[in-house]
Design a protein around this ligand. Structure first.
Ligand code: PXL
Length: 279
């Protein structure tokens, strides 16, 4: 027997291609040394060229998965990915409250407000966006949207660093403790700058932008690496710094798979000399 590791819970959908979703979250948790727990929300049918459809898990079954693992094994940090419908979001909100997960509660809660795949296929029914704003963001220890999700949630189009600050302020109005505006999708920039804010502290995380088309699962991998580090007891700024180093190396070592967009990869963690990116 060995010492029990910390645990991290992902509440997310399955990607049959294994690049994003719950599959990305589980391998990131493993690579970061925490035991992964899952509450499956939806099953997508997809490969490297796109998502052809999805079916959602009944909301009471999503909530029951959260209660089952929280009650027995204990959760040290949790995150959300694809939530698919407003009814699932409502069920998740009640289940995380009951498990003492969320802002100002015992267990940190990272909300990745997944709305669409990188091919633009919707992963969230249209009416569910308001449920993310009103039921999830007020419960979030950290919300980590990309620039498309910032636009969907706030109507702000981010082009400059000043826009990022404005977007962070607008998102904080919905009630999360911290906001990370991810610059990874900004066009034409040679750096990838993510802005972290809690309304008092403002930290810019500046890293290299790697020239690769294979970035499937990048957002999920960053959010789950942050969640894993929160599970290990780091505070939000340190967990974001560690998560950013982790995703940079995963993007640098992404690979082609299928005819379309290949996945980011944490295989480098299996090498004996593994260290995150120094970018
Ligand atoms: O990367 C966002 C994402 C999250 N969850 C699932 C996905 C995707 C993107 O394709 O398929 C299940």
């Amino acid at each position: 027997m060995t010492a029990t590791p910390r645990t991290a819970l992902t509440i997310a959908g399955s990607d049959s291609g294994g690049g994003a979703g719950i599959q990305a979250d589980l391998r990131t948790f493993f690579a970061c040394g925490v035991h992964g727990l899952t509450a499956l929300t939806a099953v997508t049918v997809q490969n490297s060229v796109g998502v052809s459809g999805f079916t959602e898990i009944p909301p009471d079954v999503v909530a029951a998965q959260i209660a089952a693992v929280a009650g027995d094994m204990g959760v040290n940090a949790a995150k959300t990915g694809m939530l698919a419908t407003a009814d699932i979001i409502t069920a998740v909100a009640a289940a995380v409250d009951a498990a003492d997960i969320g802002r100002d509660r015992r267990i940190p809660f990272v909300v990745d407000p997944v709305a669409a795949s990188m091919h633009g296929d919707s992963l969230l029914r249209a009416e569910a966006l308001e449920a993310i704003r009103t039921e999830l963001l007020p419960r979030a220890t950290l919300v980590a949207p990309n620039l498309d999700e910032v636009w969907l949630l706030t109507g702000i189009e981010v082009r400059t660093a000043a826009d990022s600050r404005k977007a962070a302020e607008a998102l904080l109005e919905f009630g999360p403790r911290w906001v990370l505006v991810k610059g990874g999708h900004a066009d034409g920039d040679s750096r990838c700058v993510d802005l972290l804010s809690d309304g008092t502290h403002l930290v810019a995380f500046d890293g290299p932008r790697y020239d690769t088309p294979h970035t499937h699962g990048g957002g999920d991998t960053l959010a789950s690496a942050i969640t894993a580090h929160l599970a290990k007891g780091l505070g939000v700024p340190d967990a974001v710094a560690a998560g950013k180093k982790f995703i940079e190396r995963c993007v640098a070592e992404s690979y082609a798979l299928g005819a379309g967009v290949g996945p980011v990869s944490p295989f480098w963690r299996l090498r004996p000399d593994a260290t995150p990116s120094r970018g």
